[in-house]
Write a protein that binds this ligand. Structure first.
Ligand SMILES: [Zn+2]
Length: 192
């Protein structure tokens, strides 16, 4: 009989080779399967189960980049408990998971060498603040692409988030905002 056991939620699933050692019964029979809900999503489900002592966990997880869904079991064939389908497939699932782990490349992100090479898109948020000068109102209108009154309203009520821009553009907008003494934040953290 399969029993849900929280001790199996601690599996470090990006490394090693399956089947792994079971923390409960000690046998090499821990298996892993994940399921990404949709191609662009990082949400999904995860099963960790021991085919010897029949303990398992079925939890929602953030699916890592390197994961590809195991194509022999669609969502219609996946159930919480491993006795339905996934334990029957465990040898093939182990092969699948081991292959994904082996192919996983941990390429460190290369730091861009110049502002023009930085492909990061930055977002400037003009924080909520009072717009007291005509100069500020003019720049606000320009950046928010609307008339001054609307821009003042937006910024005074909830601030305004500009569309994402590459570093080279951000540096110009940032200079103007600093010059006019706007309170703003840039994310991701801006370094140029
Ligand atoms: Zn076990």
């Amino acid at each position: 009989m399969w029993i849900d056991d929280d001790r199996l939620t601690q599996e470090d699933f990006g490394i090693g080779t399956y089947p792994k050692k079971c923390p409960i019964c000690g046998k090499d029979s821990i298996h892993l399967l994940m399921y990404r809900h949709s191609e662009m999503s990082t949400n999904g489900a995860c099963w960790i189960w021991c085919s010897s002592c029949e303990k398992y966990s079925h939890i929602n997880v953030t699916i890592p980049d390197w994961w590809d869904n195991y194509d022999r079991l669609g969502s219609d064939k996946l159930f919480a408990s491993p006795e339905h389908n996934i334990d029957d497939e465990r040898e093939n699932i182990d092969k699948w998971v081991n292959k994904l782990i082996n192919e996983k490349v941990d390429t460190p992100k290369e730091e861009p060498k110049s502002i023009n090479e930085d492909k990061t898109l930055y977002v400037i948020k003009i924080n909520t603040q009072k717009i007291l000068t005509e100069e500020k109102a003019e720049l606000a209108a320009q950046l928010c692409r609307c008339d001054k009154e609307q821009a003042i309203n937006m910024i005074e009520n909830h601030g305004f988030e500009l569309y994402p821009m590459p570093a080279a553009d951000i540096s110009l907008v940032k200079k103007e905002l600093e010059f006019k003494k706007f309170d703003f934040t840039v994310s991701p953290e801006y370094k140029w």
